[in-house]
Write a protein that binds this ligand. Sequence first.
Ligand SMILES: Cc1cc2nc3c(=O)[nH]c(=O)nc-3n(C[C@H](O)[C@H](O)[C@H](O)COP(=O)(O)OP(=O)(O)OC[C@H]3O[C@@H](n4cnc5c(N)ncnc54)[C@H](O)[C@@H]3O)c2cc1C
Ligand code: SF4
Length: 502
Amino acid sequence: MPDPNGFLRYDRRLPARRPVPVRISDWREVYPPAGEALIREQATRCMDCGIPFCHDGCPLGNRIPDWNDLVRTGGWDAAVESLHATNNFPEFTGRLCPAPCEAACVLGIGGGQPVTIKQVEVEIADAAVTRGGLEPRPAATPTGRSVAVVGSGPAGLAAAQQLARAGHAVTVYERDDAIGGLLRYGIPDFKLEKQHIDLRLAQLEAEGVRFRTGVNVGVDVTAEQLREAHDAVLLACGALQGRDTPETPGRQLRGVHQAMTHLVAANRVVAAAGEGRPALAVLSDGTPIDAAGKHVVIIGGGDTAADCLGVAHRQGAAGVHQLDLYPEPPHSRDAERDPWPTWPWILRNYPAHEEGGDRVFAAAVQEFVDDGTGQVRSVRIAEVTVEKRDGRRIVTALPGSERELPADLVLLAIGFEGTEEQPLLAQFGVTRNGRGAIDARPDWQTDADGVFVAGDMHRGASLIVWAIAEGRAVAAAIHTYLGGVGELPAPVDPARQPLAAR
Ligand SMILES: Cc1cc2nc3c(=O)[nH]c(=O)nc-3n(C[C@H](O)[C@H](O)[C@H](O)COP(=O)(O)OP(=O)(O)OC[C@H]3O[C@@H](n4cnc5c(N)ncnc54)[C@H](O)[C@@H]3O)c2cc1C
Ligand code: SF4
């Protein structure tokens, strides 16, 4: 029985982040562990309401009130078990999820203070490491069927673990030199230190999952070869086609890059330094993978832009501007527009924002300005309004509002246009839809029989929690397709969308 008065006794509190001057001098995670006393206090705030709307907010259907109460009473082993019953990788979501569950928490109604669900989750996940919660759970009996998983992000890994535990022989093919998808080289260490991935991979390997890195499916191995070698194929290749702005004058200048070009390279430098090996220090156009001493302009307002901001400060940028096309969002939920328990449009301040830099809202680049040598020296921006007409976005610059910002390095973080066009698609006989994603039938198969799809490749660029949820669900579908005994849990179907008012 939970404490019905806990939320009256305790306010919402998060652990203090490491001080800015300390944390921008290294690449370690921003948040230190919360400590048992704080986390048990915060778990006590959960009143286990009759209808736990947080369940609907979380695509995984995490049993949030159950493990909150277990943490409150010190039942850590049971909490570890309960959390892993619905989430293969709570150490990733506990660190990185934007927590739609908290937006749906009953304590958040009317501007109240939701339970710190995500923080409780990460503390349980970390407790699992020392409490045997990461012990491998290999299948008792092999089924003799085999599955190829293409792509090793959270969707591919969640599916691989579910299928291996059900007795199928799983091989994960990854074109990168390391497993993890965006968790490995997309997301910087200050949000997710990579030992968390490595610990989980050791568990998967002990459960029988085979990893093959450096294999670009469609190039190094054909779809036909893969289909011959396996009974089913899962495509989990992500949505890594970066949106560009080719029509903006000066786009071709040196120093103007896709954000991911800089971010991935920078994360590789950190990984190499951690392993004591040399790393590539320049991009193919000769630009150093370093913002040291530079004026940086980041274009975009989401996760990728915030990660670029944190990287730029750690590399020693002279100054950073972050441009957002849209006006500054409200600081609290607009209940007319986004009623509880839906995900509200509000100003999101990431830890990277308290480390410095200027955010400029309702602004768009008119030109990347040449320094006379083919290198960008500034960006000319204008204040803009944005409206939707006939489903199209119309951006209008306000006359006389133009000004220049100094810029030696410009990073385009303006979103993704779906999964990349690559040989694998035609070889498997699947095509991108209007959003650049790959459609799935209700049983998660693509247009090609026996070829399944999940994660960002199916949804378009999304979140880790959705990737894991789809990975679990597609594993259930593959298990059924292979004639496996019993059913695996399927938290979502291919049509499932986040909670919405309309
Ligand atoms: C910079 C950045 C920061 C983010 N931060 C957050 C965050 O804080 N919280 C959050 O919830 N979400 C975040 N996201 C989104 C999240 O990372 C993705 O939604 C999630 O990783 C999608 O998982 P996935 O498994 O579908 O694909 P991915 O993680 O993209 O993995 C796909 C993998 O497939 C591989 N692949 C592609 N083609 C082939 C091929 N032909 N052969 C072999 N391998 C192939 C790729 O190399 C890649 O490793 C962020 C995204 C970015 C870009
Ligand atoms: S995975 Fe995300 S939505 Fe689900 S409980 Fe954790 S923080 Fe909340």
